[in-house]
Design a protein around this ligand. Structure first.
Ligand SMILES: Nc1ncnc2c1ncn2[C@@H]1O[C@H](COP(=O)(O)OP(=O)(O)OP(=O)(O)O)[C@@H](O)[C@H]1O
Ligand SMILES: [Mg+2]
Length: 394
């Protein structure tokens, strides 16, 4: 299926970014969090970017996860460089026609776009200014998985430069640099805005809404047009299944494809089978987290437990945390042991733990928090290995 267009959301976001909304602070930067696979990148690239371009904005999009081996700061610099390149070509042609000295922008002709953000090159602030002046347009810089910038010092420095670029370029009533940062983990994204030392102190992280009833209605009408015998499709059931799939269109559409396939050999309606597929998926996801948890060493388990329990308040080495580990393991814990456990949680493939350049830790996958809370509420925390369970019930 081609992506379902989210025009209305894009319009609201675009207006807010351009400072046209009556209230709000998006012109100072928009921070959008939504869980993994819920359509952030698709929205940013297929809905927001084209709409902003129609509004006469030059858009630079960069995904900091696109290449995890490269420094986030370099990725941002490259993206700006790539956007600047064609503009410099235009300036060069204009300059040639008019005679270089008549063009005020002739200075930009010397710019080496590959050196942006490097010590001997243009700073990010200058590069953004160059892009603004050569294109004659306001700039929107969209940084996907922005929390990744916090994992390196260069990345952090890049964020600080962007803040400074925003403050230098923007004036009240005139937004020349719009910043959009998205991420799959609210707790991590918050680190960009939450303290005095954070680059975007004062901004809020907002939840990017998941696809909703209009998406479900669209899917229902697709089914009805292809399979008239299924009219009317039960949209409430479709919506319930979509929720159970964690609002993740990919899994939802795949399951729909399966239950609607002639090979599925369904005798009755497809909706119950879809709901079943959704709850199977939930069970599989939870089983995977349980297996991951049980596969850890005891020290790693208690450190992860503490992290899940404390969320953003997690401090790995404070006295209370050490007591927590020690009590559970029935032996005193030292800081180096905890350090090693954190490092191995971070080095695992896939990583279970995320670390910022300032030494703050968080679980890599925020959905683990939901799993932890659900189990805790159900009284089934911590997970117990099957053998032990069998012994307990024998
Ligand atoms: N508007 C949409 N209509 C239909 N399918 C969509 C839509 N948005 C996203 N999807 C599908 O959902 C999946 C995830 O989308 P996307 O990569 O945009 O999500 P994401 O939140 O950026 O994921 P990640 O956390 O992995 O970066 C993709 O398979 C995509 O095709
Ligand atoms: Mg994405």
């Amino acid at each position: 299926m081609i992506a379902f267009p989210r025009t209305e959301l894009a319009q609201q976001v675009a207006a807010a970014l351009q400072g046209q909304a009556l209230l709000g602070d998006a012109h100072n930067g928009l921070f959008l969090a939504a869980p993994r696979r819920t359509g952030k990148s698709t929205f940013l690239q297929s809905d927001l970017k084209p709409l902003l371009e129609v509004c006469g904005v030059a858009v630079v999009y960069v995904d900091l996860w696109a290449d995890p081996h490269r420094d986030p700061g370099a990725l941002i610099a490259d993206a700006i460089g790539r956007a600047l390149e064609p503009q410099l070509g235009l300036v060069a042609r204009a300059a040639k026609k008019a005679g270089v000295d008549k063009v005020s922008l002739a200075g930009w002709l010397q710019v080496d776009t590959t050196r942006i953000g490097k010590l001997d090159g243009l700073t990010l602030v200058d590069a953004l200014r160059a892009l603004h002046e050569t294109s004659g347009k306001p700039i929107a810089l969209i940084i996907d998985e922005a929390q990744h910038a916090l994992t390196s010092e260069d990345g952090e420095a890049a964020m600080t430069s962007l803040k400074s670029a925003r403050d230098q370029l923007n004036r009240p009533g005139e937004v020349r640099l719009m910043l959009v940062m998205s991420g799959s983990d609210r707790d991590k994204l918050i680190r960009l805005v939450n303290s005095n030392a954070a680059p975007f102190f004062g901004s809020q992280v907002q939840r990017m809404p998941p696809l909703g009833p209009d998406f479900i209605a669209h899917v229902a009408s697709l089914i009805e047009s292809q399979r008239p015998s299924l009219i009317p499709v039960d949209q409430a059931a479709l919506h319930q299944a979509f929720e159970a799939f964690g609002h993740r269109p990919q899994f939802f559409m795949a399951a729909l494809g399966q239950v609607l396939s002639p090979l599925a050999n369904l005798s009755g309606r497809f909706e119950p089978a879809l709901l079943q597929a959704a709850s199977d998926r939930q069970r599989d996801d939870e089983a995977q987290m349980e297996a991951d948890f049980l596969g850890l060493k005891p020290v790693e388990q208690v450190v992860l437990w503490r992290m899940l329990d404390q969320g953003p308040r997690f401090r790995p080495y404070d006295a209370e945390a050490l007591r927590f580990y020690g009590d559970l393991l029935a032996q005193p814990m030292t800081v180096p042991t905890v350090q090693r456990a954190l490092e191995s949680l971070r080095q695992r493939m896939p990583a279970l733990v995320w670390k910022s350049a300032r030494g703050e830790y968080a679980v890599e996958d925020a959905s683990m928090h939901r799993w932890f809370q659900a189990r805790r509420a159900a009284g089934t925390w911590p997970p117990v290995p099957q053998e032990v369970l069998a012994m307990q019930t024998a």
